[in-house]
Design a protein around this ligand. Structure first.
Ligand SMILES: [Zn+2]
Ligand SMILES: [Zn+2]
Length: 321
């Protein structure tokens, strides 16, 4: 029977040189499958970035396995107890970069040697409101629309690889301490390395990102919700002074609900309230609502290959005596 804390989800990354990344990705997939894990892992020449979930024992074995390889020495895992598997299948994919930044060879940064100084959450909370500090959100517009730190500088970017094009906007802050943050820390490693490369001298990053800040401090002054990359879509990360900063695209009421358009060819990610979402059957427009391949809207607005199989598995597990 599935109950809270039978399973765990591990979130982790490590920038480390993997010259045989393609080969390693195949071996790693094999290993994860044999262990019985599910999840999504990216492997590139610059390192590893993953979210996996399994039983506590499977997760323990997985962490041991990685920690004992010299390339992953010092890797840290964010461990969450969960009631259910977060994924339907195990994917390990090879990519040129584990976080796409698309810089040419001369401009490319190495987070292991160049990135900004890591700030622990407590220290971040202490510094964030000072006059000589700029708190910089390096995430995408959709993410910052639904939640961000109070007074944070946000960038109007659709994807992280657009970050370098927006660096001119930060020129006025060149004499200040810049403290960057993202969801779990992986994007900041690159963003802060790039800032330093471009002549920003006093550059820091929130260690472990928003998620770690929430765990260590309770999340004071994070406004709205935190976007996450699994079926939960957004999560609360503030138990101290939570509020809502986003509004329904259709009617303007306050809401933190975020869905994918039910038209598979549109799939737009957008903010919409419960009522409007039901009325529009999970679609972003009247046109999408007419689409012949429109998917069934179950109230979650989250569509994933294999989600049906996952739900079946869970039902089976729950019906065991
Ligand atoms: Zn609405
Ligand atoms: Zn649409």
């Amino acid at each position: 029977m599935g109950s809270m804390a039978d399973y765990q989800t591990l979130i982790y990354y490590k920038y480390t040189k993997l010259p045989n990344a393609e080969e390693f990705a195949q071996e790693h997939l094999q290993f994860c499958k044999e262990l019985g894990l599910v999840g999504r892992v990216l492997i590139g020449y610059e390192g590893i970035n993953g979210t996996v979930s399994g039983t506590k024992e499977q997760c323990r074995q997985y962490m041991d396995h990685l920690k004992h390889q010299p390339a992953f020495e010092g890797i840290t895992f964010k461990v969450d107890d969960v009631a259910k598997f977060s994924f339907a299948k195990m994917h390990v994919r090879f990519r040129d970069e584990i976080v796409a930044f698309d810089l040419n060879e001369e401009e490319d940064v190495d987070p292991n040697v160049e990135s900004g100084q890591h700030l622990e959450p407590g220290k971040f909370r202490e510094l964030k409101d000072r006059d000589d500090v700029v708190v910089l959100d390096v995430r995408n517009k959709l993410e910052t629309d639904v939640g961000k730190f109070k007074n944070a500088k946000t960038l109007n970017i659709d994807q992280f690889r657009d970050f370098p094009q927006h660096i001119d906007e930060l020129e006025p802050y060149k004499d200040k301490k810049i403290i960057a943050y993202c969801t779990g820390g992986i994007r900041c490693e690159k963003a802060t390395a790039y800032l330093k490369r471009k002549g920003f001298n006093d550059v820091y990053q929130l260690n472990g990102g928003i998620i770690n800040y929430y765990k260590k401090t309770g999340g004071e002054d994070f406004e709205g919700q935190c976007y996450v990359f699994d079926r939960r879509i957004t999560v609360n990360v503030n138990d101290v002074n939570p509020n809502v900063i986003s509004t329904c695209e259709v009617c303007g009421t306050e809401t933190t609900k975020l869905i994918n358009c039910a038209n598979p060819e549109c799939n737009k990610h957008f903010i919409i309230c419960e009522n409007c979402a039901n009325e529009r059957e999970g679609c972003c427009s009247k046109e999408c609502q007419q689409h012949p391949r429109k998917r069934y809207y179950d109230g979650s607005g989250f569509y994933m290959k294999g989600l049906e199989t996952l739900r079946q598995k869970e039902q089976e597990a729950e019906s065991w005596p």
